[in-house]
Design a protein around this ligand. Structure first.
Ligand SMILES: *Cc1c(COP(=O)(O)O)cnc(C)c1O
Length: 400
């Protein structure tokens, strides 16, 4: 079967909730993927930053295989010999006190929202059903009904109401707006330190620090959604580190498993995660030994292979090279670490055709928000790899 055969079958039998580029990937290694026709591509999306450690990292695959032969799932009705170690290692690496493991990013965000509400009622003393959580314009935090309830993207909500109450929206990047929106019933402020799906939007310097101080003054939990920006993507373990703050709650997912298994988690203090009592919340697969073993190894790889430093250094290198490109289509180039967005002018007629042209030349990127090309390759990328890609990127940006 060739590319067209696979596409035809998927179009017939699979729901059309995505519009993928027409490349059918069969295998992958590091930053490279191969399609069913044997063509090789550089992956500059890294599965939305889930494969920061590179595709099929041998150490992570080995951990997966070894654990798969021992025990994969116990449910949390029983304990397993991997979860405690994942929780301990995550706390030691991040400086948080407690971990609540889940599977997808959306589940981690839902868990953080539940924790914030319960903390609001049990600790802060907010009257029942009055808890408010503030989120930002242009946010992305997943696709559950409660999460899309505070989306500002019309398409994400169209046809999916009625929505969950208790959310307020403030402008991303505007700390005064946050301050003005807070009431005595506000329990949490959910924010991405860098908006990924929103188009790699980096807020003004000092924004997150101001939000942190406003939250402290008002006894509101700062909840940083680092599911995409975290675990090395921005050139730091967490993007919030650029602002010298420590959020009250952090959600992680995606690269937590190096793309080898769905694993997510909420990190916080004993005060916040301590609000969950047995039976309050759970997930059949959350904290399973296979996912925990994979995540433990994925974290070790991130640190022991210096991938966070590599993201910082090569992110700067990539960004400088991109900024040296002269193109009539470019409106702005921005990034932190290997989390880079090239925003095109409206006259460029969308980023999609540029992504398709890049694909023809062996580079896989995905347009985000119509006009942005995101460059977010696995963090194992080298200078030589970037040098290989740059003339092709330049060529594509010279199209009419
Ligand atoms: C991807 C993402 C999520 C949702 O993760 P899923 O695993 O797709 O549910 C949440 N927040 C941010 C910032 C993300 O980028």
């Amino acid at each position: 079967m060739n590319t067209q055969d696979f596409i035809k079958i998927e179009e017939q039998y699979g729901a059309h909730n995505y519009r993928p580029l027409d490349v059918v990937i069969e295998r992958a290694k590091g930053i490279w993927v191969w399609d069913v026709d044997g063509k090789k591509y550089m992956d500059c999306l890294a599965a939305y930053s889930a494969v920061n450690q590179g595709h099929c990292h041998p150490r992570i695959i080995n951990a997966l295989k070894e654990q798969a032969e021992k025990v994969t799932l116990t449910s949390r009705a029983f304990r397993n010999a991997q979860l405690p170690l994942l929780c301990k290692e995550l706390c030691e690496i991040t400086g948080y006190e407690m971990v609540l493991p889940m599977n997808s990013g959306a589940e981690a965000v839902e868990t953080a929202l539940k924790a914030a509400r319960k903390w609001g009622y049990k600790i802060k003393g907010v009257p029942e059903f009055k808890a408010e959580i503030i989120a930002c314009t242009n946010n992305f935090a997943g696709r559950t009904i409660s999460i899309i309830s505070f989306s500002t993207e019309a398409q994400y909500k169209d046809g999916f109401g009625p929505f969950t109450e208790g959310f307020k929206i403030v402008e991303f990047g505007n700390a005064v707006a946050l301050k003005n929106a807070i009431t005595p019933n506000t329990v949490g402020f959910l924010v991405e330190p860098i908006q990924g799906e929103g188009g790699v939007i980096i807020p003004p310097d000092g924004y997150l620090r101001e939000c942190y101080e406003i939250c402290r003054e008002n006894n509101v939990l700062l909840i940083a959604d680092e599911i995409q920006s975290g675990l090395g993507r921005s050139g730091k373990l967490f993007a919030y580190e650029y602002e010298g703050i420590k959020p009250d709650v952090v959600t992680i997912g995606k690269a937590l498993s190096g793309g080898c298994y769905p694993v997510s988690a909420v990190l916080s203090s004993r005060e916040v995660l301590g609000v969950f009592k047995p039976g309050d919340h759970g997930s059949t697969f959350g904290g399973n030994p296979l996912g925990a073993a994979v995540a433990r190894e994925a974290l070790k790889v991130l640190i022991e292979e210096n991938l966070i430093e590599n993201s910082y250094n090569l992110g700067n290198y990539f960004l400088d090279k991109l900024k040296s490109i002269k193109s009539q289509h470019i409106k702005e180039i921005r990034g932190k670490g290997l989390f880079i967005g090239v925003e095109l002018k409206p006259e460029a007629k969308g980023a999609r055709r540029f992504c398709e042209a890049l694909m023809e030349r062996g580079i896989l990127c995905k347009e985000t928000h119509e006009n942005v090309i995101r460059f977010a390759p696995p963090l194992v990328i080298t200078k030589e790899d970037i040098d290989w890609a740059m003339p092709k990127i330049n060529e594509v940006l010279q199209m009419d």
